[in-house]
Design a protein around this ligand. Sequence first.
Ligand code: SF4
Length: 400
Amino acid sequence: MNLIAPHRTSDVLPFAKTPAAPGFGVYVHWPFCAAKCPYCDFNSHVRRSPVDQPRYVAAFTRELKEAARRSKGELVTSIFFGGGTPSLMAPETVGAILDAIAANWAIAPDAEITLEANPSSVEASRFRGYRAAGVNRVSLGVQALNDPDLRRLGRLHDVAAALEAIRLAREIFPRLSFDLIYARPNQTVEAWEAELNQAIDLAADHLSLYQLTIEMGTPFFELHKAGKLKVPDGELSAELYEATQAITAARGLPAYEISNHAVPGAESRHNLTYWRYGYYAGVGPGAHGRLRGENGQRHAIANEPLPETWLKMVESWDSGATTDEALSLEEQADELLLMGLRLTEGIDLTRWRKLAGRDIDRASERDLAHHGMIERLGPDRIRATPAGMLVLDAVVADLA
Ligand code: SF4
C-alpha cells in the first residue's frame, strides 16, 4: 500500500461521541439530467422529449409498496431524493412520492427529507413547491465558485445563479448543504483555500467537499488519457485534502465523513444510515437498497439502471430489481468496515466481530497504527486518521 508520512491527528478529528442508531432511510433516484457533466459516472440520462412524470410516479408508488412489504415495522427516519437531478421533478411529483412513502411506512416526526438540486434559476423557482411538499433539507450542486471552472466542469449554472440559489434555499428550507468539487485542473492550494473560505461564509451548517476523480467511461477520462486534462498529482491532492480538513475544522464545520463536513448535530442523517450500516430501501432506476431478510439476513438489492427498462419492469412486476441477494456474514463485515471507516466516529469492533466471527487482524492493525493510518477510540472502536482517509481503500483491504 502507498503509505504517506505519519500524521498527528488529535487536533484535527474531534473525539467521537457514542454514535446513535443508524435509522432507516428511503432513497428515491430520479435519473434524468438536463445535460451530462463530463466527469460524471452516476446513473444519469438526458432525454430530448419531456419525461412522463405521472407515469414515473405510478411506478415509484408500486416499487415503494413492494419495498415496504419487505420492511414492515421500520420507522422511516430519512428520505433522500438523489440523482440525476431531482430538481427537474415537478413539486407535485415529489409530493406524490412522499405521499406514497407515508402510505406505506410510519415516518418519524423529525424525519430528514432531502432533495438534491442544481442551482439554475428554473430549478430554484420550484423550491417553495418542494418545501410545501414536505422537503426540509436541500443539497445544492454548486461545485465551484468561479465561472471558468464551472464551464470546464460542464455545469449549466454560473456563480451568480449559485449564490442566488443558496440565498433562496437558506430562506426557504430549515437545512441546507451544498457540494463543491476540488482538486480541479490547475487548482492551487491558495486558490482552493480562498474558495473554501468563501463557501463557509455562505454555508448554513453542512458542506460536501469532493475531490475530482477521473472515472472510466467519462469524457474527462478520455481527455486525461490523451494528456489534455491535468489534475493535481497525489502530493498536491493530499495538500488540498489537508487544507480542507484544517480550514473546515477551524471554522466550525469539521469532517464527520471523508468528504462531508457539518456543524456538530447537522450531519446528514440519511447518509449516516449508509455509513453506520443501517437498513434502507432504494427505489428508482439504478437505486440500491439493503433490506432485512428473514432469519436476520441482510439483502443487497440493485435496480436496473436504464429508466425505460426499469419502468417496464416495475409496471410488470412491482420491482425493478436485477440483483437481490442475501449477504453472508463475512460480506456484511466487509461492508461495515468499508462504510464505517469513512466516518470520524469509526466502527464498533464488537459489532464487526459478531459479523466476521473473528477478531480484527492484530498484525495489520499494529502496522497501520504504526504508520498513522488508524487509531483506537477506546477498547472497542477503531477509526481511520486523516492520513488513513487519503488511502482508505488500502486501509480497508489491509484490515479486512
Ligand atoms: S448534474 Fe449531477 S448527476 Fe447530472 S450529469 Fe451532472 S454530475 Fe451527473
